[in-house]
Every structure is written in C-alpha cells, then in structure tokens.
Ligand binder design. Structure first.
Ligand SMILES: Nc1ncnc2c1ncn2[C@@H]1O[C@H](COP(=O)(O)OP(=O)(O)OP(=O)(O)O)[C@@H](O)[C@H]1O
Length: 903
C-alpha cells in the first residue's frame, strides 16, 4: 500500500501522538523490553541513554539544480538547522504599489528551527559523518553493549550513499567495520574475538538472506535471544577483508530498481549485522554483542516516484513498514506503554535498536530543495521526535561459568606464566647485584665513597679548627705585644721629659725627679719583661701553627689526589670565612685598644702642656719684672707661644709612613703572615723601643725646660687654646692614622723638629718643607688625596699649601718673619705692656720717681689698650673662627672630629 501525503501526515500528526500519550502512563512507567538481550545477563551495568539523532543534508541533484528549486534547508551550525527559512524580502507590488505585508499569493515560510546531536551540511563527506556518528560506538560495542545505526529518509535523500557509499567513497558501514577490526586487533592480547555476520533485506515484507540464496525467512521471538530470524546463517569471519567482501556481496544481491526519484532506488530495507563474541583471556568472561547497520528504504509518494505495478507494491510495503516505524518511535518518545513492534517486520527486527538494550544512532537524510519539501519536513519531525526515545543499555555478559577442565587449563597456564615471571625476576636481580657493589646510589656515589668523603671533611674541619684556635692566640699575643710597645714608648717619652726638666735645678726637684725616674724605669722594666713572656708564648704558638700548616698542606695533597677538592670546596670556603672573621674581629679590638691608650696619653700631655705654659708665663712675667729677660729668652718665649698655636705639628704628605718604627705599625696587626706561617717570621714588633732609642719628641720637653715668669690668667689660657685651634691643618687619612698614635710626641721629630736651640728656625723649616713640596712635585704620590693640603686659618693667612698643586699652590707668607697670628701678636703686646707696667712699677717704687708719673700714665694707657684688644680679640674669635664653638664647650681637651688636626 502506497500511502499518500495525508496518510503520512496522519501517522505523524501531533494529535495522534497526544492520543497515544493519553493511553500511556508516562516515561517513568516505561519498561524496556527484556527480550532485547542476547543472553542471560549475570552482570548488568545498565544505563539509560537517548537515541543519538543526526541529520545529513545531501547536495542538490541534477534535476533540482536544473529546475532551480528553492533551498528549504539552512544549516546554522553543526547542531542547528532551519527548515524553510525566511527568504529575503522582495517587495510585493499591487497595482504598481509596494505593499507592506507579505505576498498573500505565496505560502508563508515555516522557519522551523531544529536541534540535533549533529547536523551535517551538503558538503560533508562520508568520512566526516563516520567520525561524528559511528566511530565512537565501537568502543561501547566492545564493552558489551548492542549498537545499532540506521538511516532514515525519503527516497533519494542519500541513505544508501551514507550507509554504503561508493567504491571510491565508502559509506559508514565499511568504515565502521574497518574501525571494529582495528580495535579488535589492539585488544587481541587481552581478549579473544569471534565474529559472525548476517546480511538480510526486508523486501515486500519478506525477510531474505542476502548472503545465501534462500527463500523468505521467518521471524521468531526467543525468550533469551529476542527476535531472531529463523535459518539465517551467520558467517564467521576472521578478517576485515572477509567482512567487507561479504558486505559487497550482500549489496549486490539487494533489490534495487530505478524510480523517477532515484535511478538506484533501494526497494528494500537492508540490515547488516555483526555478532561479536568477546572472551576475556584473564577471567574468561564472555560477552556477546551485536552491531546492526540498517539502510532503510525511502518513504515515497506514488505521485513523486511515478511507480506502477511491482514498484507501486514495493512502495506501499515500504511505506507501511515506515509507518509502523513512525508509530513505534512516537510511542517510545511519548512513553506510551504499548509499542506496536509487531505491525511490521521492520519494527520487529528493530525492536532491540529502538526500545531495548541498545545504543542507537539514527541518521536522518534529507534533500535540500523544495522539490522534496514535504518529505524533508516529515523526516525532520520524525527525527526530532526520535530524540526523545530512551534506550536502556546493559552489558551483554554471558555466564562466567566454566567447565572444571577450563579452570584446570587456566590454572596451568597461569602457573606457567608465574614460573616464567619468576625466572625473569631472578635474571634481573642477578644483573643488578654486581652493580650494587659499584654504585647503587641514585647520585652515582657508592657508600664507600660517601664515607671517605665524610671522613675527609671531618679531618679537614678538625685541622681548620686547630688553625683557627692558633690564629686566635697569635693575634691576641700580637695585640698585647703592640700595646706593650705603645706603653713603653710613652714611658720613654715621660722619662725624657723628666730628664729635660731636672738637669740643672735644685735638689728638691732632683729628689722628685729621682723618685719619678725610678717609677718610670720600673714600669719600663715591667713592660719589657711582659714583652719577653709574650715573645716566648708567641714562639711556641707560632711553632704549633707551622706544624698545623704542614698538616694542612699534606691533607690538601691527599684531597687533591682523591679528586675531592671540588666536593670539599664548601668546607674550604666555610673555614676561610671563619678565619677572615676572626682576623677582622682581632684587628678591630686591637685598633680600639690603641686608640683608647692614645686618648689617655693625649689627655695627659695636654694637662702637662697647660700646666707648663701657665708656670712659664708666671716665670717669664716675673723675670720681665726683674728685667733679667735676655733678648734670646724673649725670642724663645715668643717661639714657644707660636708653637702652642699648633702650626708646627704638620704631617707632611710625602713623609715616610708605615716603617717598622712608625706608630702606624703599632695600630695594625700583621695578618698576612698568618696565611703562610712557615715562610714568615712570627709577628713580634721589632725592638726599636730600646731605652736609648731616640723615639720621643723633645720639643715640648725642651721648651718646658726653660722657665718663665708670669701669672697665667684664665683669659690668657683660653686665648692660647684659641690660638692652638686657630691653626687648621688638613692631611690625608693615612697620615691621620699615624698622627693619632702619638701626634704630640712623634710628629714634631719627623716633620718639624723643634728644639730649644733651633726654635728660631722653625718657620724656616716649614717654609723649606713647603718649598720642597712645590719644587718637587714628583715626590707627591699619585695616591695623595685631594684633601691633602695645609691651610693656615684665614686670620693668619701666612701659608697655603695644596698637595695637588693649583691656584692655591703658592706661598703667601713672608718667610723671614715669624708667622704669628693677630692673637699671638696681641698676647705678645700684652706681655710687653705687662712688662713695661711691671718695670715702671718697680722703678717708681724703688728707683726713679720721675719716671714714675710717665710709667703710671703708660700703665693706665696700656691697661685700657689691653682690655680693648682682648675684647676685640674675643669678638673676632667668636665671629670668625670655625672652632670657636668647640672652645666654648666645657671640655676643652676634646679631640676634633674631622680630618682637620688642630695641632
Ligand atoms: N551526500 C551526498 N553527496 C553526494 N551525492 C549524494 C549524497 N547523498 C546522495 N547522493 C546521491 O544521490 C543519489 C541518491 O542517493 P541514495 O541512493 O543514497 O538515496 P537513497 O536515500 O538511498 O534513496 P532510496 O531510498 O531510493 O534508496 C545517489 O546518486 C547518490 O550518489
């Protein structure tokens, strides 16, 4: 029976669906057919899944292209398409006027949107369709699930093209089979596969075997296996080639006749089935699965196909079976309890695929043009409805029961395998044992090597520790020795001072001097004895250090011979840094001690100088009063005052420093010798400080040896201090270190020696020194800092020397005249005034009364002048001198902070 369009519409009408729906009890009440299972299921991994629905649009055929049919399908993307999309608006003219509404003579576009699992447009190849549809179901099949793929659509829509394809473009059935064999091959180690195929067609409601020439076959329902085709022979195959040749053979046998719609129209539904028996090699589990590839005959309209006679009958049967299929799909989609599988042989065969234990893919083929408008519309509605169908997949696992003999066989096989593995293990172990002795560790070091390295590290640490302790002792002893040297130096200086002071005076002073001298000598003796002890200790420690150094050298050689130097580099580095730290710490401590000692000495000398200057002034004044001051004494006094100004204590930049007899060497510890004690002498300071060594300066002592009369006033004292600070000398830092040792005692000797006998030549010496520097520029070291210059304060402006040489490198002083600042001049003037005052006072009192009035007036004049001068002097100091502030501070002996040395 050929069904017309009305019949088909009726079959798929929504009303009918609703009607079925009313009878049904809903999705939840849907019970999958148990008849679908191919075996007794002992293990069932059941899951519910929807039918996968795919739409493929074929390209327009020749006829459609020639007659220029409208395209009624628009593929939006790989999941969405629009049926009968709206065309571009062409204005509708009525009586020559464009109308706003649509052309009422034309049918309105449906513009139906459909969503599917996949939509293939007309340009997609069979390979793409295979990739997107059936490739993935092979995995499910081999896992134990039945799978089914069927192509549905109107005649000429491309079903056969999709399923079977052509020789040069195989369809998805070929490709799926090829993939199946590919997968079987990859799993063959774990599983055994047995394959069988059947190929049948339903033609005019008769089931025929396409691989064997038989008569119509009957369908039977089996409680265990479901619907089976009686007497359908399953052909066992071993290879993909066999399978494909059988497929080709069946295709050749299939009924095909040309119709108006399709020159190669398939007039039957073809079902190609592959049965696969999967046996797990490990547990013997057996699965039986079935893959069905179904190429349906196309629904057709008699008017379209123009079939008559036999073709008409074929068409009627095709439509009948398709109508039954449609009904089943509707009911399944709506969850209707009754599914009319029995209405046709096709639906009976597809029972498993549609509503049973199966993973199903439906490919809906459609034409693109308006020529097949109704067919395409029906197919899409059909496919859309099929989306709702849910199948219930479960693994088709057959009994695991095995015969006892099977188990015995299995156990035997496994025993063999175990023995084989044991042998392999033994072989591998025997290979690894000898390697164990060599280097089993992951880092390539044997345990023995590691132990040796550890031992070596321990030895190295031990010996370095010894070296550190000995270094510590050497440095401590060295520091003690140098401190003792300083003390001896100061004691010798004190002794010289005493000698100078007491050479020619009365017995009282002599007695004092005797006790002082013996005290100094005692101290000197004590210090020298201490030095001897230190020397002895040092010798002992030094010898030990040499021994340790020898051991270190031996150990180094051993380490080198064992190529461990690199591995022990961290130990070396660590010990080196420890030693460096130790040496630095000792150097710092020693420098601090020396500084502290010098500070004490400087304070002591400062007190002496101040006391002496007061005493001298008293005596000078007194002698002036008695008129016993000779010109020479007067000059000496002036020179002394000048010397107190501080100009003379200049450390010249080109003077030698750092010699063994320099105090600089007492400030620093000898570090370098410690690095190579074997080739160096032990670091004990040289014995330049013997009793007879002329180390101490005697300028102050000699000056102090001379007595002057005069009472020192507080003002005068402060003025003297001001004079001292008024002289500003800047030297480089290295010299500063040297000066700090004993500036007052040593520097005058090396720079400008000032003795009583040659005080008059002091400034000449200075001048000569300056000249020497100017003339002999080559003697100025390149290292000499820029700051190396001597500058007399702006007030005196007598001498300016720049170490580098430049515009300031000129002498502005007048060398023949002693350089005295205004304040010094003021002091001398005052002394003169005092002296004249004093003489006039004496003369007026004892000798000459005439001169008395003159002298008296002079005294008054000189008093007022002196006062004015003094106040002026102070004002000048207050306002101009940069050291003024420090003078006003209560601690007058404060050592200046900057690089400027005020003496
Ligand atoms: N995607 C396609 N690409 C190219 N040609 C196609 C495509 N689909 C179909 N055709 C061609 O269209 C024609 C009809 O296709 P086919 O025979 O596969 O239709 P059919 O649906 O199987 O029809 P019937 O139901 O009558 O058997 C064939 O010549 C085929 O080569």
């Amino acid at each position: 029976m050929v069904m017309n369009k009305r019949d088909l519409d009726k079959a798929f009408s929504p009303n009918k669906i609703k009607r079925f729906g009313k009878h049904g009890s809903g999705v939840n009440q849907f019970k999958p057919s148990t008849s679908g299972s191919t075996s007794k299921n002992l293990h069932s991994d059941e899951s519910s899944t929807s039918i996968k629905v795919i739409v493929r649009v074929r390209p327009p055929n020749e006829r459609e292209q020639q007659d220029n049919y409208r395209t009624v399908v628009k593929v939006v993307d790989d999941k969405m398409m629009i049926f009968d999309p709206k065309e571009e608006e062409n204005p509708f003219f009525y009586h020559g006027v464009a109308q706003k509404g649509r052309d009422l003579l034309k049918k309105q576009n449906k513009e139906l949107q459909f969503m599917f699992d996949h939509v293939f447009n007309m340009h997609c190849s069979n390979d793409e369709v295979f990739e997107g549809t059936t490739k993935e179901i092979i995995f499910d099949l081999l896992e134990g699930y039945n799978c089914s793929v069927f192509a549905y659509g109107a005649t000429g829509a491309g079903k056969t093209h999709t399923m079977l394809g052509k020789e040069n473009d195989p369809g998805i059935t070929y490709r799926t089979m090829a993939e199946l064999f590919c997968q079987i091959e990859s799993q063959s180690e774990l599983r055994d596969f047995n394959l069988g195929v059947t190929y049948l067609e339903i033609y005019n409601e008769n089931v025929q075997d396409l691989l064997h020439k038989t008569g119509p076959l009957a369908l039977r329902e089996d409680g265990r296996a479901g619907v089976v085709v009686a007497n359908l022979k399953i052909i066992t195959i071993k290879s993909a080639e066999e399978l494909l040749s059988l497929l080709a053979q069946g295709n050749r046998n299939r009924t095909q006749h040309p119709t108006d719609s399709n020159a190669e129209s398939s007039r039957s539904h073809a079902v190609f089935q592959v049965y696969v028996n999967i046996t797990n090699k490990l547990d013997g589990q057996v699965k039986q699965v079935k893959l069905s590839m179904i190429d349906l005959a196309g629904s057709e309209r008699a008017s379209a196909t123009g079939c008559k006679g036999a073709r008409f009958k074929e068409g009627a049967n095709i439509n009948k079976s398709l109508l039954a299929l449609g009904n089943c799909i509707n009911n399944l989609a709506e969850g209707v309890k009754h599914i009319p599988y029995r209405d046709s042989k096709l639906t009976r065969l597809l029972k498993d695929s549609l509503g049973g234990n199966c993973r199903t893919v439906m490919i809906a083929n459609i034409g693109p043009s308006s020529l097949s408008y109704e067919d395409t519309y029906n197919t899409l509605r059909y496919a859309n409805r099929a989306k709702k169908i849910k199948t219930h997949m479960k693994k088709n696992i057959i009994s695991c029961e095995m015969h006892v003999t099977g188990y015995i066989k299995l156990v035997e096989e496994q025993k063999k395998e175990i023995n084989l593995l044991k042998q392999k293990l033994l072989t591998m172990e025997s290979r690894t044992i000898p390697r164990n002795n060599i280097s089993p560790d992951s880092d390539g070091q044997s345990e023995e090597n590691k132990k040796e390295l550890r031992d070596m590290r321990d030895r190295l640490s031990e010996i370095f520790e010894k070296r550190r302790v000995l270094n510590d002792k050497v440095l401590s002893l060295q520091s003690t020795d140098k401190i003792l040297c300083c003390r001896i130096q100061y004691k010798i200086a004190a002794d010289k001072r005493l000698q100078n002071l007491t050479t020619s005076f009365n017995s009282l002073v002599e007695n004092q001097n005797a006790s002082g001298k013996s005290r100094v000598n005692k101290s000197l003796l004590h210090f020298r004895r201490q030095r001897d002890v230190v020397k002895l200790q040092m010798q002992q420690v030094w010898n030990e250090l040499c021994d340790v150094e020898g051991d270190i050298t031996t150990l180094n050689v051993e380490i080198k011979s064992k190529s461990m130097t690199e591995k022990l580099s961290d130990t070396y580095a660590s010990h080196k840094s420890t030693l460096d730290n130790l040496r630095l710490q000792h150097q710092y401590d020693h420098a601090r001690k020396v500084c502290s000692l010098q500070q004490c000495e400087m304070e002591s000398l400062d007190t002496i100088a101040r006391t002496m200057s007061g005493t001298l002034q008293t005596y000078y004044t007194m002698m002036c009063g008695y008129g016993t001051v000779t010109d020479k004494m007067d000059m000496e006094f002036r020179q002394l005052v000048k010397s107190l100004e501080g100009v003379r204590n200049i450390k010249w930049a080109d003077a030698d420093i750092g010699t063994s007899q320099d105090s600089y060497s007492l400030t620093c510890l000898s570090i370098d010798e410690l690095n190579d004690p074997i080739n160096n002498e032990m670091p004990i300071h040289s014995s330049f400080l013997d009793e007879d060594s002329p180390i101490t300066p005697s300028a102050q002592n000699n000056i102090a040896n001379k007595t002057f009369d005069g009472t020192p006033s507080v003002d005068r004292e402060s003025e003297v201090k001001a004079e001292i600070h008024n002289s500003t000398v800047t030297i480089d830092e290295s010299e500063l270190i040297s000066d700090n040792v004993d500036n007052k005692m040593i520097e005058p000797i090396r720079t400008l020696e000032i003795n009583v006998n040659d005080l008059n030549n002091t400034f000449k010496l200075m001048e000569n020194k300056a000249k020497k520097r100017l003339n002999d520029k080559t003697t100025i070291s390149g290292k000499t800092p820029v700051k190396q210059f001597k500058k007399i304060s702006p007030k005196t402006k007598t001498l300016t020397i720049n170490g580098i040489g430049g515009k300031e490198n000129k002498i502005t002083s007048k060398p023949a005249i002693p350089m005295m600042s205004a304040k010094s001049v003021a002091i001398l003037n005052k002394l003169k005034t005092d002296r004249s005052k004093f003489s006039s006072h004496i003369s007026s009192a004892s000798f000459d009364s005439t001169g008395s009035s003159n002298n008296s007036s002079n005294i008054n004049n000189s008093d007022s002048t002196l006062k004015a001068m003094k106040s002026k002097e102070r004002r000048g100091l207050m306002t101009t001198h940069p050291y003024q502030k420090s003078i006003t501070k209560p601690k007058i002996n404060t050592v200046p902070q900057s690089s400027r040395v005020p003496w």
